[in-house]
Design a protein around this ligand. Structure first.
Ligand SMILES: CC1=C(CCC(=O)O)c2cc3nc(cc4[nH]c(cc5[nH]c(cc1n2)c(C)c5CCC(=O)O)c(CCC(=O)O)c4C)C(CCC(=O)O)=C3C
Ligand SMILES: [Fe+2]
Length: 383
């Protein structure tokens, strides 16, 4: 008969004061008829040129009008539910999107009806920027407004770009990609590591992580700084594993908006062309800007950037995003427990890799300012 040692009984981690977890994401179309209304949601008031919308719409139609992003969030919730349960954490999980069903306002109403009082939120963006943080905080404020007085109180997990569980899948994936290039007869030792993230307007980067105290501005440029820190940390871990120092770069994809507005560069396609001209034989593309392999990855990188690499004769291997990797899912569990301890005024020791400290959980006044003017936003000190 199996003996159940008393000391084998693990005391579940304390997640009070939270009685729910909310996954906050971008949303994406699920069938061809959804594509145009989805794009209209995304670009409302953004001044995106019509020809750009038609172009991006074609990307979606090329994938049957269905973005992978909602299914990836369903998968993440399924494995997270298992992860929490096996660690004795009984937290109901909810999911809401900015731009498509399930919308945050519908999800918040469900949470209210279920009697949820105080939920911890994770955004499917690991970094500081208006699009990746404050805009989600504004979306939460709008959803709480629509839900009314009984809406749950919402608090946010820190930016998790430097959590070890977010970076570990990129390190392993890069080592595996180099081995793949080796098998293809490419110069893996001389391969360039090309870290990629979503381009944003220069002004949005300048405003990222910039906050105001007593009329004085502090910080700014956090989006690029955080990505550079991840790139250097992953590149160092890969070189420690492979015994080879490789050159690496941080480049950008998915630029949008008016061509007259400066966005972060170089674009990944321009960069691949330049590397080929410099005689580089192969690249490993590491999409550190993304949590799952959604359209900005499977189209902008796996379709567009891969075609550029083939055209210029570069060996090309693309590393998977964290998605449902068990270390990333475990990191989410740890971040929930960490945030709950902070909410109880305890002082957990947040694990980080790289040279930057753990990010804040309550955004300071003015942080990642909305380029179109201030709007109500939750999870910060400027409501
Ligand atoms: C920083 C950032 C992230 C990462 C943070 C996060 O993960 O949230 C992100 C994610 C995503 N962006 C996505 C899609 C789009 N982004 C657009 C437009 C824009 N993105 C921007 C920034 C970002 N975007 C910006 C500054 C614009 C210009 C309009 C504006 O100023 O707001 C447009 C309009 C057409 C166009 O591309 O021009 C689309 C369709 C999808 C869904 C993919 C799928 O369906 O699988 C996802 C996850
Ligand atoms: Fe985007």
């Amino acid at each position: 008969m199996d003996r159940w040692d008393d000391d084998a009984v693990v005391t579940p981690p304390d997640t009070r004061p939270y009685d729910a977890f909310l996954l906050v994401s971008f949303g994406g179309p699920e069938k061809p008829d959804d594509v145009v209304p989805f794009l209209e949601n995304v670009t409302a008031g953004r001044g995106i040129p019509r020809e750009r919308l038609v172009e991006v719409g074609e990307h979606y139609f090329g994938f049957g009008g269905r973005s992978p992003i909602n299914d990836q969030n369903r998968d993440l919730l399924a494995v997270l539910r298992l992860e929490l349960r096996t660690h004795g954490i009984d937290l109901p999980l909810y999911w809401g999107n900015r731009n498509w069903d399930p919308y945050l306002s519908d999800t918040l109403a469900q949470m209210r009806d279920d009697g949820v009082r105080r939920a911890v939120c994770l955004f499917t963006s690991a970094y500081s920027s208006y699009s990746g943080c404050r805009q989600y905080r504004e979306n939460l404020a709008d959803a709480v407004e629509a839900t009314g007085a009984e809406a749950p109180r919402l608090e946010r997990i820190r930016h998790y770009f430097n959590h070890p569980g977010f970076q570990a899948p990129f390190v392993d994936g890069t080592v595996a990609a180099l081995e793949q290039l080796e098998r293809e007869g490419r110069d893996a030792d001389g391969a360039r590591l090309v870290f990629v993230t979503h381009s944003i307007p220069d002004t949005m980067n300048d405003a990222s992580g910039r906050w105001v105290a007593d009329g004085t501005e502090h910080g700014g440029g956090a989006y690029v700084e955080q990505h550079r820190d991840v790139a250097s940390s992953v590149a160092a871990a890969v070189s420690a594993r492979s015994g080879v120092e490789r050159a690496y770069d941080l480049v950008y994809c998915s630029r949008s908006g008016s061509p007259h507005v400066p966005w972060l560069e170089p674009d990944v396609n321009d960069h691949l062309e330049a590397l080929a001209q410099d005689g580089v034989d192969a690249v490993v593309v590491v999409p550190i800007g993304f949590v799952s392999d959604h359209m900005e990855v499977v189209y902008d990188l796996d379709t567009e950037a891969r075609a550029t690499a083939e055209r210029v004769g570069l060996g090309f291997a693309r590393v998977p995003t964290p998605g449902v990797d068990r270390r990333f899912v475990a990191a989410i569990r740890e971040l929930v427990v960490e945030r709950a301890a902070q909410a109880r005024d305890e002082e957990p020791d947040p694990p980080v890799v790289g040279s930057l400290p753990p990010s804040w959980t309550v955004c300071p006044a003015g942080c990642c300012a909305n380029p179109r003017g201030a709007r109500p936003a939750l999870c910060g000190s400027d409501g």
